[in-house]
Design a protein around this ligand. Structure first.
Ligand code: PBG
Length: 326
């Protein structure tokens, strides 16, 4: 008698391709770019091998050539010359990001430009909001910060940003940004919210890149506790209700469960940020010769998509363009 028992199909390469559930494409990636007012020429960020800060003069060329190689979008971070207690560089008409966006849009009108909207790079103390310090203690003032965040977002839209991405994690900022954009006539400017942004050890190298480490305390009063998943879902729900067009989970690999639940629960456009520390880890291992960089990166990116990401913000975006072509 013939007995049928469950078995796995033996896979040829063709079958493998035909039944693959998750496919990476060149349309899946957004590249973070850093533009600095403090340098004349690009310089590599020591903690992030292969990633550079660009000068104001060269940023539009860098962005345009990335677009020519197939990159659909960038997310832009600014490093200003001067910082102060009110982050005035963040919303200056001729600020580092505003000027760069204008130049980039001139050089590559079809490149989608997302701007990171935060105060930390522009604050003398490096926090994401207005701080009140008394003695040993400090408080980040939510509503005062939200006002400046909204002002910053409008100034980015005026410069031509397609999307603004508030990364500060203050309460009510998405609603405030949406209202401010609409009032200023930018109802077509989208919002990608850093909705579930965890207080993470994996942002270390970024703070080198953006020159924005907090001068005192840490960000745990306004970023999410890595232990909390339901709270993260609640944050995402609020941001969607306040008008976010895309919600983001950040960092990536330690938070795959959050990513999965956000995509399952809300079914809305969902991004994930594979952050600086996650990047530097793989780079360091590859430099030591203990891991195959390309294979590891393709596996990570596939896993992020499988877990629910519609797209991925990654420092490997350009390499991925090439790898997926060959
Ligand atoms: C600014 C901001 C940070 C990152 C993106 N936007 C740093 C932070 O919150 O400390 C981190 C990105 C990365 O690590 O690649 N608020």
């Amino acid at each position: 008698m013939l007995v049928h028992r469950p078995r796995r199909l033996r896979r040829t390469p063709a079958i493998r391709n035909l039944i693959r559930e998750t496919n990476l494409s060149r349309h899946d990636f957004v590249l973070p770019l850093f533009v600095s007012e403090n340098i004349q020429r690009g310089r590599e960020i020591p903690s992030m091998p292969g990633v550079r800060q660009h000068s104001a003069d060269e940023i539009s060329q860098i962005a345009a050539s990335a677009h020519e190689s197939g990159l659909p979008a960038i997310i832009l971070f600014g490093v200003p010359k001067a910082k102060d207690e009110m982050a005035s560089g963040a919303y200056a008409e001729k600020g580092v990001v505003q000027s760069a966006v204008r130049e980039i849009k001139r050089a590559a009108p079809d490149l989608t430009v997302i701007t990171d909207v935060c105060l930390c790079e522009y604050m003398s103390h490096g926090h994401c909001g207005v701080a009140r310090v008394d003695g040993e203690h400090f408080n980040i003032l939510n509503d005062e910060s939200v006002e400046l965040i909204a002002k910053t977002a409008v100034s980015h839209a005026e410069a031509g940003a397609d999307f603004v991405a508030p990364s500060d994690m203050m309460d009510g900022r998405i609603g405030a940004v949406r209202a401010a954009l609409d009032d200023a006539g930018f109802d077509q400017t989208g919002i990608m919210s850093y909705a579930a942004k965890f207080a993470s050890a994996f942002y270390g190298p970024f703070r080198d890149a953006a020159e924005s480490p907090p001068q005192f305390g840490d960000r745990s009063s306004y970023q999410m506790d890595p232990a909390n998943a339901d709270e993260a879902l609640h944050e995402v729900e609020l941001d969607l209700a306040e008008g976010a067009d895309i919600v983001m989970v950040k960092p990536a690999l330690p938070y795959l469960d959050i990513l999965w639940r956000v995509r399952e629960r809300f079914g809305r456009p969902t991004a994930v940020y594979h952050v600086s520390g996650e990047y530097s880890l793989i780079k360091a291992a590859a430099e030591k010769g203990v891991i195959d960089e390309r294979a590891a990166v393709l596996e990570i990116m596939t896993s992020l998509k499988r877990a629910g990401a519609d797209f991925i913000i990654t420092y490997w975006a350009l390499e991925l363009m090439q790898w997926l072509r060959s």
